[in-house]
Design a protein around this ligand. Structure first.
Ligand SMILES: Cc1ncc(COP(=O)(O)O)c(C=O)c1O
Length: 380
């Protein structure tokens, strides 16, 4: 058997990782500013995370949700404390797509409505409804197609208000990333998120904050939607939640009433995943990683803005994007293969930085000087 060939793969085998560094099978060291797609939140193989998982593994790794699992309650309490959403409830699952799928389903159950508003360039995952709410027809299979989703322009409060005036009483939910990730690092402005909140209140729709990529402290606040100063009804999470251990979840405002069997999963909330997720929250708190993300993010953005070959530097905290001119279109590849720095990308020529929230100032400044060196090599 061979692997189903769906991923464009870099010819690199990583065998070791620590903090913001990874090493390949020839012992070459790389700086990791991609974090395996925004997943590494507290740093690779963080000792507290390893210890929490190891200790749990030696006790019990899994049992189904048919018994009491106190570590789930411990996680819910800690998440409420660190996120500030203490009166929300937690439902655990395994991935970002599954989190959004459950969020959308819950919104539909609650409102007894079918219509969803999503936004251009949004990405919400690859399961049936999540992919239907994703603005990329090439990944939507015919069976996923539905007329229940409308795509509106991002950051355009007038279009949204007009749409609500016409169809407000049919809308179950608005789903929005606080910072679009796959779409190329587009920050939702505060006024737009405040408009979503007030239209949802006015028409009885649910505000779903997709925080799968932009959440978990990456923006400098726990949820990037928090920058707008209003609460969503449901926040979806995954990626940074387990620092590489697969776990996802939604937190749910007190307006929702739970009913047995309404949502469910076999693996969601297993003992090991909860141990990993607790370790992440404990480290975010003990190492002040949200403050670090804000500080290092500001430093990086200031430095990137001063590099004249680059444009459109944007983002919040350690979720940063910038545009690369066509003449430098190999920059991401060169950073990886010549300078041994992992970065992310978005089409057409955007470089995305999604490092560990513990990235040091030394590494950030080493990246900037290496980037300048890489760019200088393109001068005729
Ligand atoms: C904003 C957003 N939502 C949802 C997802 C889907 O998450 P997963 O790949 O864990 O299903 C992603 C993944 O990139 C994402 O960026």
């Amino acid at each position: 058997m061979k692997l189903f060939d769906v991923y464009p793969i870099n010819d690199i085998i990583i065998t070791k990782a620590k903090g913001s560094r990874v090493w390949d099978n020839n012992d070459n060291e790389y700086m990791d500013l991609y974090g395996g797609h925004a997943v590494i939140s507290i740093g690779h193989t963080h000792p507290h995370w390893v210890n929490r998982i190891e200790t749990q593994l030696n006790k019990i790794a899994f049992y189904s949700n048919s018994i009491k699992i106190p570590i789930q309650e411990e996680l819910a309490a800690k998440l409420g404390e660190v996120s500030g959403k203490k009166n929300f409830d937690l439902f655990l699952c395994n991935s970002g797509a599954e989190a959004n799928e459950n969020a959308l389903k819950l919104a539909s159950f609650h409102t007894n409505r079918k219509k969803i508003i999503a936004f251009k360039k949004g990405f919400h995952g690859r399961t049936s409804l999540a992919v239907a709410a994703t603005d990329n027809p090439s990944i939507v299979a015919p069976v996923n197609e539905t007329n229940n989703i409308s795509f509106l322009p991002f950051n355009d409060s007038n279009s949204l208000t007009d749409y609500f005036k016409l169809h407000g009483n049919e809308i179950a939910a608005v789903i929005v990333e606080g910072i679009q990730g796959v779409g190329g690092i587009n920050v939702a402005n505060n006024e737009f998120l405040i408009t979503i909140r007030s239209l949802c209140d006015q028409y009885g729709a649910i505000y779903i904050a997709d925080s799968v990529q932009c959440g978990y402290g990456r923006s400098g606040k726990f949820f990037s939607h928090d920058h707008a100063g209003v609460d969503a009804d449901i926040y979806s999470m995954a990626k940074g939640m387990g620092n590489g251990f697969p776990i996802g979840g939604i937190i749910i405002s007190p307006i929702f009433k739970a009913k047995h069997s309404m949502l469910g999963t076999t693996f969601g909330g297993n003992h090991l995943a909860c141990a990993a997720a607790l370790a992440v929250l404990e480290v975010i708190e003990s190492e002040s990683l949200m403050q670090n993300a804000e500080m290092i993010g500001n430093y990086l953005q200031d430095e990137l803005k001063s590099i004249s070959d680059l444009s459109g530097t944007r983002g919040r905290g350690l979720m940063i994007g910038f545009d690369v001119p066509e003449s430098h279109k190999n920059l991401k590849k060169d950073l990886l293969f010549k300078y041994r720095i992992f970065t992310g990308e978005a089409k057409p020529n955007v470089i995305r930085l999604l490092p560990s929230l513990g990235l040091s100032l030394e590494d950030a400044s080493l990246f900037i000087s290496t980037l300048k060196q890489a760019i200088a090599a393109y001068q005729p």
